[in-house]
Design a protein around this ligand. Structure first.
Ligand code: ADP
Ligand code: MG
Length: 267
């Protein structure tokens, strides 16, 4: 499923990574949370990001999605700098509107489902295409029906979030993110807030997305999912990537003591 970064697309140009981080740093005041992250995610690749609480995983996702500004290094999505436009040799900060347009190309799913409580499932899915992209409501509704059926919830289209289980709400949240036709999906512990019996249905939807070729960065403690679905696994601790490789390498034969210690706790 993964495409090597050196492969050649039909246009004859080399395939660019969807995410490319070079020595990315992020500080909050004097607290340096990301201490030089180098990472690249190829089109169609699924990267699972593991690591203990506080290691900087969410901060890294938030940087990719323009929710935090990096303090150093370079971060690109689809070959374009996050937060800046390059004009000749100088960098110009993007305006708020430009940032919003860029963010709309990335889907993000959080631990908490963040659905609009006063809207039905289908209205939640239609909302961004209509408001941000100006899609006609009829067309957005049709597309939303397709997406709800993809996450197995077409029969719940007119339910409000309060009438849905946590797993169903998270599946609506995934459909809502997909409605913007993102080139990249970021998941930040999407199953951590769910009752154990509801985890599987959300992972199944994510598995389907991966099989359809979606590029995904998934922060998760679901080692089984990482082993089965990820093309690459990165283990992060203390703001650095300690270990990176195939699931078999990182999960099956970790080289670093910190990775081994972490895995022994979550497995
Ligand atoms: P993880 O997702 O791996 O648990 P986070 O990226 O949430 O880690 O947090 C990493 C560190 O950054 C933590 O010490 C956290 O307290 C700190 N941090 C995260 N966001 C902020 C913020 N907005 N202001 C100050 N510190 C923050
Ligand atoms: Mg986090």
């Amino acid at each position: 499923m993964s495409t090597p970064t050196t492969s050649t697309a039909t246009t004859g140009t080399p395939t660019e990574p969807v995410v490319c981080a070079r020595a990315v740093r992020k500080s909050f005041g004097r607290h340096e949370v990301l201490k030089g992250i180098d990472l690249s995610v190829a089109p169609g690749e699924v990267l699972c990001l593991l690591g203990p609480s506080g290691s900087g995983k969410s901060t890294f996702l938030r940087c990719i999605n323009h929710l935090e500004k990096i303090s150093g290094g370079e971060l690109e999505v689809s070959g374009e700098l996050v937060g800046y436009r390059r004009v000749g040799d100088t960098l110009h900060e993007l305006r708020e509107k430009e940032v919003a347009a860029k963010r709309a190309e990335i889907g993000m799913v959080f631990q908490r489902f963040n659905l609009f409580p006063h809207m039905t499932a289908i209205e939640n899915v239609m909302e961004a295409p209509v408001r941000v992209r100006g899609v006609k409501p009829g067309e957005a509704r049709e597309q939303a029906r397709t997406l709800l059926s993809r996450v197995g919830l077409l029969d719940h289209a007119d339910h409000h979030p309060s009438q849905l289980s946590g797993g169903q709400q998270q599946r609506v949240a995934i459909a809502r993110a997909l409605a913007m036709k993102p080139r990249l999906m970021l998941f930040d512990e999407p199953t951590s807030a769910l009752d154990p019996e509801l985890v599987g249905e959300v992972l199944d939807v994510m598995r389907g997305l991966a099989a359809d070729g979606m590029t995904m960065v998934v922060v998760t403690h679901e080692i089984g999912f990482a082993r089965e679905v990820a093309d690459k696994v990165a283990f992060m601790d203390g703001g650095v990537i300690v270990e990176y490789g195939s699931p078999a390498e990182v999960l099956g034969n970790p080289r670093h003591e910190r990775t081994r210690a972490f895995l022994s706790k979550v497995l």
